[in-house]
Design a protein around this ligand. Structure first.
Ligand SMILES: *[C@@H]1O[C@H](CO)[C@@H](O)[C@H](O)[C@H]1NC(C)=O
Ligand SMILES: *[C@@H]1O[C@H](CO)[C@@H](O)[C@H](O)[C@H]1NC(C)=O
Ligand SMILES: *[C@@H]1O[C@H](CO)[C@@H](O)[C@H](O)[C@H]1NC(C)=O
Length: 414
């Protein structure tokens, strides 16, 4: 009788453990994507190829891909229809024409700065799609450094508008994925986006696998991959060097949850971020097997009373950092003067097997002792001489100033 009782207790504990250990991640079983077959193969004309590419995409059978097979293609904005993919073959390049009028959403502000920054459509849009993707070992180049048609400046250099307080740039994102299901980006190289490289909104099932983002550290607002209000997201085996957040999880219009960031390598950039816009909450995120080599921040959760919400169930493990100024930043006062009446809450954030090889500043900046930042640490090794700033924060577990070694593996501390 007693034996049976223990058996059931054990069974309950095992089931609970399974639920516990699997929930902080993409709930799908994600494996390496397979490149779809081509419905057609296009060669670059060296003229404006927008119409040719769009026509091919619109008439491609679902489940297949339009292949850009060779040469340099120049194009304005493109839409990838539901079920269809774009394949940029090895050696081929797709360049975004730097003409603001092509991307303008009607307010004639694209290519300028104002207080909104929503004047341009993206270079590539995937909207309301199921099973679409972008594949191939070729390159998509946003030409952010190129002088805009009809202007004297490049997308990256556009001067601030002196008439407004907040200046946001109206420039195209490279890839925008909205209201979609089961979207894949595989192997492609993305560079020089005028703004964010990849952003998703309310997308459920997004796999970003083995892609490269290679953009200068000086390029403004060029986030790498930004899942926003999205769920069941996997970002794996990628190399991301850019001028802003390498990855930033946001929740402006819907919650972001069940996100796995696995075995990636970040070069320059502002690090692995959650926030600052997390009004709808960010939860159940696993970051594992990450090397950050030369980012300004390492693992960062940032928000404030203007964009705040609940961040919980975040696990960081097997992370190695080198030359990172701010290796861990949990900051509820991000952008000091950005205030409102929301309440950011950071709870259940765990750091396990994290190694930081060079000294830096660790910041835990909460808002009040009644709702402190709650984080825990296990096997965290930092460099002697690091600075530790902690305010309204409850950090449990242990860490030590005993990190040794001079290089990280390619994907984390494994
Ligand atoms: C996430 O994936 C799981 C497993 O496939 C599925 O049951 C769940 O509905 C998905 N969530 C969303 C929001 O699509
Ligand atoms: C995609 O979603 C974002 C955020 O919700 C929105 O600002 C943008 O206008 C949407 N774009 C398209 C093409 O639907
Ligand atoms: C902490 O987060 C993990 C991962 O999402 C979750 O499974 C667990 O239930 C959370 N624990 C608490 C006490 O909220």
């Amino acid at each position: 009788m007693l034996g049976q009782y223990y058996f059931w207790c054990l069974a309950v504990v095992i089931i609970w453990l399974q639920v516990y250990t699997v929930s902080a991640r993409d709930l799908r079983t994600v494996t390496e994507p397979k490149t779809p077959q081509s419905c057609t193969a296009l060669k670059a004309t060296s003229e404006d190829d927008t119409k040719n590419i769009q026509k091919a995409l619109d008439s491609c059978a679902r489940g297949k891909a339009v292949e850009l097979s060779s040469g340099t293609f120049y194009s304005g904005p493109l839409n990838i229809p539901s079920g269809v993919s774009l394949l940029v073959a090895s050696g081929a390049t797709l360049k975004a024409l730097p003409n603001p009028t092509l991307y303008d959403l009607g307010s004639k502000t694209c290519g300028t700065q104002d207080q909104y920054g929503v004047g341009c459509k993206a270079f590539i849009t995937i909207h309301g799609a199921k099973g679409s993707g972008i594949y191939g070992k070729g390159t998509i180049d946003g030409q952010g450094e190129e002088k805009m048609t009809g202007k004297n400046e490049a997308w990256w250099k556009m001067p601030a508008n002196t008439n407004v307080k907040v200046n946001a740039r109206n420039a195209p994102r490279l890839i925008q994925i909205n209201d979609s299901v089961d979207i894949t980006l595989y192997q492609i190289t993305l560079k020089n986006s005028p703004l964010y490289h990849v952003a998703s909104s309310k997308t459920y099932g997004l796999t970003v696998w083995d892609i490269t983002i290679d953009t200068p550290s000086s390029a403004p607002n060029t986030d790498g991959v930004d899942p926003m209000g999205s769920q069941n997201v996997t970002i794996a085996h990628c190399r991301i060097s850019t001028g802003d957040d390498n990855v930033a999880i946001k929740a402006i219009t819907a919650p972001s949850r069940h996100i796995s960031v696995l075995n990636n390598h970040f070069g320059t950039g502002h690090g692995m971020s959650i926030g600052s816009e997390i009004t709808y909450g960010a939860s159940d995120v696993t970051v594992s097997g990450l090397t950050l080599d030369g980012t300004t921040n390492g693992l960062r959760v940032k928000s404030n009373t203007f964009r705040g919400g609940l961040v919980t169930g975040i696990t960081y493990s097997n992370v190695c950092m080198r030359n990172v100024r701010n290796p861990i930043v949990l900051d509820m006062e991000y952008g000091r003067n950005v205030v409102g009446n929301l309440t950011p809450e950071f709870r259940n954030i765990t750091f396990t097997n994290v190694k930081v090889l060079t000294d830096g500043t660790f910041t835990f900046d909460g808002l009040s002792d009644s709702k402190p930042i709650e984080a825990s640490m296990k096997d965290v090794h930092i460099k002697k001489g690091s600075k530790w700033i902690s305010k309204h924060a409850k950090i449990t577990g242990t860490w030590a100033e005993d990190a040794t070694g001079i290089t990280c593996g390619t994907t984390g501390n494994v």
